[in-house]
Design a protein around this ligand. Structure first.
Ligand SMILES: Cc1ncc(COP(=O)(O)O)c(C=O)c1O
Length: 477
């Protein structure tokens, strides 16, 4: 298909053509290297102008550890304050209502909530089955402190009915309880309803809305929906810095958290001899040690870049056109015997979803092609995509229709599972993962055509010996 034909079916793409210039000016390395980058849910890409601006700022001034009164130190303190404000503006949050706590990544933000939330007997933790491992892991804190945990099931289309959510939230609780779900699935791209936040609040629950995947191109608006905790990783939004994320938290929810320790930066005073410490107020009492003050400069520059150059309305319009085209073409693609080439997971339209598509390739006989074999061919074709379970086991368990009894049985032998192969063998699956492509701000029609060529290369494929290969470099979920 030519671009002209594509534009006839997707006229909205026309209005996004200025992003082609952004790609040419700021991401020339993509076309210079001939790489088709389809892993924006894994990581966004930093623009050239962002990196140049950073190099200028950092090279022209002197930046010191923020904990003293020197000019370089004050400069760094100001950079951190500025990055905090820019983050609050980015999510349209009132500074009297929300605070930003810098962490190493979204996972660090999630751990802060897990370790500090007042879980106790009588409290509940409700987790949507579609959650990243870094959210699921909070259940270990909850369990250790005697709270009850439960997961809320997904429908086969990987969405969840409001009634299932309400059913979980209606169960009586006598202590502070937490409901955690992603605004956008990192596996399927499904965007779960933000109205659930109000449902949970009206029943007395705190809400953790994982926006790590969603914020990449969608706007979090904390003046409209008011979750208590929102973890983010900045690199997913603008590619760099890669070692900084944040927890955006409602001040009244922060006041309920209890940190299990103290450290440099989190206390106003402490005594080695007396064995006491006086905690600083939020956000300082949640930021352990020296903050990443040079990274904070990168945050302000990245957020400016997103606001001034990327034009997120156009980005969303563009990726919607490309995603819809891909979904249609993937659904249509057939082997010569009429069998489908792709098994798509999740909704097959673009309503209520981000530009992330999860699928497996099928051979002529309907067998799933091992996703790692498919990934290897993608690498040969110059395509960066993702294979595996994407740290989101609940969606994998849903699409492969795994039985709770089998999963519980395998759990009893989990200490003996050393690789993903051990897990596959124990659960009896020929393959344990899927493939994922995800689009971002400078994805273009040529990327999609290249990926479609790759898909067509699987037409009339018959699975042979590759299922017997081992993949020692890819031994984790
Ligand atoms: C939805 C979601 N939550 C949490 C995370 C964890 O983010 P990080 O690895 O940056 O801590 C990811 C990462 O892919 C994600 O997509």
């Amino acid at each position: 298909m030519s671009l002209e034909t594509f534009l006839r079916s997707y006229p909205a793409y026309h209005g996004t053509r200025h992003l082609d210039r952004v790609r040419a000016d700021d991401f020339p390395r993509l076309d210079e290297q001939g790489l088709i980058y389809l892993d924006y849910t894994g990581s966004g890409l930093p623009s050239r102008s962002q990196l140049r601006a950073y190099q200028r700022v950092i090279g022209d001034d002197i930046w010191g550890n923020p904990h003293s009164a020197s000019v370089p130190s004050r400069r760094s303190t100001e950079a951190i304050r500025h990055a905090r404000q820019a983050t609050l503006r980015f999510v349209n949050a009132d500074p009297d209502e929300y605070s930003v706590i810098f962490t190493a990544n979204a996972t660090g933000a999630l751990r802060l909530v897990g370790e500090s939330f007042p879980f106790q007997p009588g409290a509940r933790l409700a987790l949507l089955r579609d959650n990243h491992n870094s959210v699921l892991g909070i259940r270990e804190y909850a369990r250790a402190r005697g709270a009850t945990t439960e997961t809320i099931a997904l429908r086969p289309d990987l969405r969840t009915d409001l009634s299932a959510v309400v059913d979980a939230l209606d169960r009586a609780e006598t202590a502070p309880s937490l409901f955690a779900y992603p605004a956008q699935s990192n596996f399927s791209g499904v965007q779960h309803p933000l109205e659930w936040i109000h449902e949970a609040h009206s029943r007395g629950w705190r809400v953790l809305l994982d926006a790590a995947a969603y914020a990449a191109i969608s706007d979090v608006d904390l003046s409209r929906y008011k979750p208590d905790f929102v973890p983010l990783s900045y690199y997913k939004i603008f590619g760099w810095p890669t070692g900084l994320g944040c927890l955006i938290a409602r001040n009244d929810a922060l006041a309920q958290l209890r940190r299990p320790w103290f450290s440099g930066g989190t206390v106003v005073a402490s005594s080695a001899l007396g064995g006491w410490h006086a905690s600083a107020g939020p956000p300082d009492n949640f930021e352990d040690g020296t903050p990443d003050f040079l990274g904070a400069l990168g945050v302000s520059i990245g957020l400016d870049y997103v606001r001034q150059t990327l034009d997120r309305d156009s980005v969303r319009a563009r990726v919607r056109c490309l995603t819809e085209f891909l979904l249609v073409e993937m659904s249509k693609l057939r082997h010569s015997n009429g069998a489908p080439v792709c098994a798509l997971y999740g909704p097959t339209d673009t309503r209520g979803r981000g530009p992330t598509i999860a699928f497996n390739l099928l051979d002529m006989d309907g067998n799933i092609v091992d996703e790692r074999v498919a990934e290897d061919r993608a690498v040969e074709c110059g395509i960066a995509l993702r294979a595996g379970c994407f740290c989101n086991p609940g969606v994998g368990e849903t699409i492969f229709e795994l039985e709770p009894a089998d999963l519980i049985r395998v759990g009893t032998m989990s200490a003996g599972l050393h690789t993903i192969e051990d897990y596959r063998a124990a659960i009896g699956l020929p393959t344990g993962g899927a493939l994922r492509v995800s689009l971002g701000p400078v994805s273009n029609f040529d990327d999609i055509l290249g990926f479609h060529r790759y898909l067509r290369s699987w037409c009339d494929h018959r699975t042979a010996d590759e299922q017997l290969r081992t993949f020692p470099d890819r031994d984790r979920c």
